[in-house]
Design a protein around this ligand. Sequence first.
Ligand code: PMV
Length: 334
Amino acid sequence: MSAKATAIAPANIAFIKYWGARDLTRAIPNNPSISMTLERCFSRCTVEYLRDARVHEVLLAGSGGALLQPPIDFAKRILEHLDRLREATRATGAFRVATFNSFPSSAGLASSASGFAALTLAVAGALGLRLSDRELSELARESGSGSAARSALGGYVQWPAGDDEEHCYAVRIAAPEDWELRDVIAIVDDGPKPASSLVGHGRAETSPYYAVRQSLLPSRLARVRDAIARRCLADLGPVLEEEAIDLHLIAMSSRPPIFYWKPGTLAVLQAVRELRAEGFAAYATIDAGANVHVICDPKSEATIARRLDALIEVRAVVRDRVGQGPRLVDEHLF
Ligand code: PMV
């Protein structure tokens, strides 16, 4: 007997970053983070539960629909998570999985966040289980991708909700309808990043500036929460830029250092400053990669996208927005 389910889960962009962990394997972070869930950057994952099988199968869906063998490292993390989910759900069979990303993978655009949230929801769907937001968030986090805990919910999300290591899940702090922010993503490099975020988390505490950032975080967290509650981009923007710079300052001063930026990263940061000088509310943030997310309001979005697209360093621009979070859908990948 078999049962199939397909889930879509969006990526997210962190306003306050997760960087450094108390327990890296289970993604128990050193600090709370806050993100906005996206809409157009998503993973779609189809899972078939094969009750009589013992060995999982993982495939990668190309944009034309072809199913391909995935790179070994990618498949390994998925297989480990499938074993974890099989144990957590007391299932005895195996899973056949195909996954598709609507955007470049491993380029610092949170493909592991959307990928593991979609995988977790699709496995539950194939087993006929209904997960609460909290259960989905905790189970997705157990993949080792902490940001996947935030992709379990739509809108504006904080993770973790409290200090309890055993129950480390995300909560929604505002709905997408509460504040219609846009994210213009300037892709300056669509290749894999030089070091995975897992490597970056592991090295974070070797930076002499790590403790300084930690000491600044409680006030930053409060400022971001407050700006979201008041829908004030002029207050949110400077904090999210400070956070992005500090994340990369920590990465660049870790031992050995990690440089995620490319020349195009600086070109976009410069353009964002010029746009601001002209009166556009545009603020930049960067996860563990070279690509820049420009957070803005709906009325500035088109101009910002056009200006960034015109830069020779920019390969593509994705116009994304705050979104609804994961869901089960009927269109399967196989
Ligand atoms: O969830 P991970 O292990 O891929 O780490 C995410 C790290 C950042 O994207 C840089 C920050 C964040 O909070 O999303």
